[in-house]
Write a new protein. Sequence first.
Length: 332
Amino acid sequence: MKGMVSIIVVSWESIKFLGECLRSVREQTYQEWELIVVDNGSEDGSADLVREKFPEARLIEGSRNLGFARAGNLGLQQSRGKWLLFINPDVLLERDWLEKALPAFKISPRIGMVTGKILRFDRRTIDSTGQFISRSRRAIERGYNEADRGQHNQEGYVFSVCGAVALYKREMVEAVRLNGEFLDEDFFAFYEDLDVGWRANLLGWRGYYVPDAVVYHYRGGSQKGGGWLARFSQLSQRPTEIKFHIVKNRYLTIIKNDRWGKTLLSLPYILGFDTLLCLYMLMADPRVVGKLFTAGPYFKAAFRKRRCLREILKKMMSAQVKGGDTDTSGGG
């Protein structure tokens, strides 16, 4: 594969990890890349580190924390690459990550998202081998918290890719923008990866998993246990504002992307999960539930974006019918 890869790192108070992350970029065996670091108003010296140790990086400095979505879009605006790799600062790429991941785009022109095997820093616990979506509309990181025994060593299609290490084709990025935004800035942070993947599936794009492209992610590096109980426990430890965004963004994602017929079919699962979620929030941090009652403008905007997406889908289906192509495959 040939072509520029734009590597976009959004950093906020990340000096503990940022240096090693950027070194893992610098050491890639595939060398046709540009590095863009968007610093969200960090006060820990992160921007100084980038300036002093990584002069090859294009540094975009914010005066405050704009959130991952808006900062990611700012990095995207400055990028020139044929492919776009979004990585979190608490990520370490194996030296051959790009070399192993990029060839997946040759498999089909409709592959727009690629992910590899994401392990924790202990090198043996799986963080994600691709995203899927449950009947309750919960994002599932396949293999999450499992010991890596080679059980996910088969490459293949996935619904979406984990935003910690997400490689996108620019053609897909441009095709799935809504109101000019690739990452939905109303999300601030969290769930934006599933939102992009779901929207991309609706518009005919596919995700692909390459197990030989290995990366290490700190997330919950010392966390024990798995399943939704462990995820609830992890959620309870976050600040109120972050909990609010996580819960809010779950509903924004469903409003924007789900087909109402499928929502109705899955309603018992959705209501069951949300009942548990609300009860948990009432016990763990009732302020989150209170903040949800102020989130009306976000939900109204999500309905507008849903209508925009449906108009794009109608135009796409009309063009396919006129062209004699009746394949309307897509997730969601």
